[in-house]
Design a protein around this ligand. Structure first.
Ligand code: COA
Length: 173
């Protein structure tokens, strides 16, 4: 755990030692392909209650075969806390971009009760680590002001006004 009390998720199993009177918390990031719809159900339901439809769309698009997260460099990751899925985030190729080797960050969602603990930041860092061998630039689309602040906080820049994306990040090699 870092000095400000945040949890650092790593792709390997991380044991976070709590004070003796508290339980040990385990955090793990895993590839969710093929997705476990049973595990994803609580995130889909929570996101829908907040008015976000992108995880509902994820399920429809995966089942219809439209977006499978299985192309070169693509992935869908889940963060598990004590074996419970608490966050999800995806990466796909962005073929519409003028810039070759562009990837798209998508479907990033952290359960409301797990927010502001560094989970989203750690998940993006892991997506970027996996993206680096395949993509030079990552783009994303968001219209939410607060969500934009999150992406800007973790290193994404606002795209030009007429761009198809809201944010982008050039990946260092
Ligand atoms: C956006 C979201 C993924 C952030 O996840 P999170 O785990 O709470 O974020 P973190 O704790 O890793 O925060 C990282 C940084 O962003 C900041 N941040 C996070 N949420 C923020 C918000 N709503 N407004 C402003 N800043 C925010 C944090 O303060 C932190 O900054 P710091 O490192 O300087 O302290 C989460 O709030 C979420 O799932 N929102 C709803 C779904 C959504 O809109 N997803 C994006 C679809 S494009």
């Amino acid at each position: 755990m870092s000095s400000d009390g945040r949890l650092n998720c790593s792709r390997k199993l991380a044991h976070v030692l709590a004070p003796a009177h508290k339980a040990v918390v385990t955090m793990e990031t895993r590839v969710l392909i093929p997705p476990s719809w049973v595990e994803l159900a609580s995130l889909i339901s929570a996101s829908r209650e907040e008015g976000f439809l992108f995880l509902v769309r994820l399920e429809h698009e995966y089942l219809s075969g439209k977006v499978r997260y299985d192309g070169s460099g693509e992935t869908l990751l889940g963060v598990f806390e004590n074996s419970r899925l608490i966050a999800v985030g995806g990466l796909t190729q962005e073929t519409d971009s003028d810039v070759p080797c562009t990837g798209r960050v998508r479907d990033v969602y952290v359960l409301p009760e797990c927010r502001l603990r560094g989970i989203g930041k750690a998940l993006l860092a892991e997506l970027e680590r996996r993206a680096r061998p395949h993509f030079k630039v990552l783009v994303l689309r968001t219209s939410g002001v607060a969500i934009a602040r999150f992406y800007e906080r973790v290193g994404y820049s606002r795209a030009k006004a007429n761009s198809a994306y809201s944010h982008r990040r050039v990946l260092a090699s």
